[in-house]
Design a binder for this molecule. Sequence first.
Ligand code: FAD
Length: 392
Amino acid sequence: MTSDSAAYSLLTEEEREFQRVVRQFMEREVRPIVADMERAGRPPQELLKKMGEQGILGCFAPEEYGGGGGSLMTRAIVAEETARVDAGLDATLFVSISLISRHLLKRGTEEQKQRYLVPLLAGEASASICLTEPHGGSDALSPKTRAVKDGDHWVINGSKTFITNAPISDVFMVFARTSGENRRAKGGTAFLVDRDTPGLTIGQPFDKLSLRSSPTAEVFLDNVRVPESQVFGEEGQGFYYMLEGLDYERVFEGASNTGIAQACLDLAVDYATDRQVFGEHLASYQMIQDKIARIATGVEMSRVMFYHLIRTLERGEDCTRAASVLKLYSSEAAVEASREAVQILGGYGLMEEYPAARLYRDAKHHEIGAGTSEIMKIIIARETLKAAGKAK
Ligand SMILES: Cc1cc2nc3c(=O)[nH]c(=O)nc-3n(C[C@H](O)[C@H](O)[C@H](O)COP(=O)(O)OP(=O)(O)OC[C@H]3O[C@@H](n4cnc5c(N)ncnc54)[C@H](O)[C@@H]3O)c2cc1C
């Protein structure tokens, strides 16, 4: 059904073959267990291992760390195809692979890469990124979590919330202020904290609307002592690493949103061509065609833009404004697609036996996580005014 996407011409032959393999894996190994994963509140470790063994997790990473040496696009293909089947599993991999593994590849010491990156790519470990705090996530440069130096160790105190994977993670990348003022990038430091470090505790998993197969919890740091070797990158530079990763993060959000919207389109088309009402298939009614056309438009525009921006990232170019446009547009398109998919299914749309209800719950997450729609609009307006030479 998706073979006519205009975006596919932006893939190489190798990438299209990889997409076919990943799609088959998701249909065979993941789709049958989505409801179980939602009930368990986490993906099974065996599934992550299987994805590691089949080269799906490390596709984009160098071979020396167990990766497949593929393009960044291969990672984006995995994100889209995973979200298409289960957005919760995609969220778990988004953090362990797209965020933490990328940070480790870019800036980790050789020891950190061997210790953390290799098991993540093999599907033998999970990881969390700990930025958001209970007093607010949008103002990310004003954490109350502090770290102070004590001899050749650091002592971290504070708490984090809404942390993806916290209940299952082996390692936590914790952002704390070590100097400087609130709302300033200078003076933040990132630390790699092992799960069994004394003073680190994890709250009960949240019971949440969206992404129910991806576990989320609070993380508490009470006099957590870590040696200097657990500083990630350079002291005082942590927030810069976080900020420079945001374009990347938002482009990958575009991949996830495209996957969710595509799942809505698949479902809407199947249902509308099967269900008969007043003696005709739903798909023969123009009001239903309008919905299908609007969902398909959102899918197509999101996919073309995220492929384009993945290529931009592969060239090492910045895309701050465009990445925010993609995140804002694609999350709204996915929410609209899920709302219309529910509508096309009528009463069945509200029943958990069909995926429409889950897609409706999951799509909403992406207007909030990784920077809300309001924050995206602030960035787009700021960058637009800057480009016009009108910034204050
Ligand atoms: C399921 C889930 C998983 C998550 N995973 C992680 C994770 O792994 N690691 C992590 O660090 N964080 C994670 N987050 C946190 C997420 O990034 C934050 O929820 C998000 O950044 C918003 O922060 P907040 O919830 O504190 O909302 P707030 O910052 O309190 O904002 C509340 C509302 O006010 C709006 N708002 C804020 N500032 C402005 C403004 N200047 N103008 C207009 N409106 C404004 C926001 O858009 C929002 O609508 C996760 C969240 C969820 C729900």
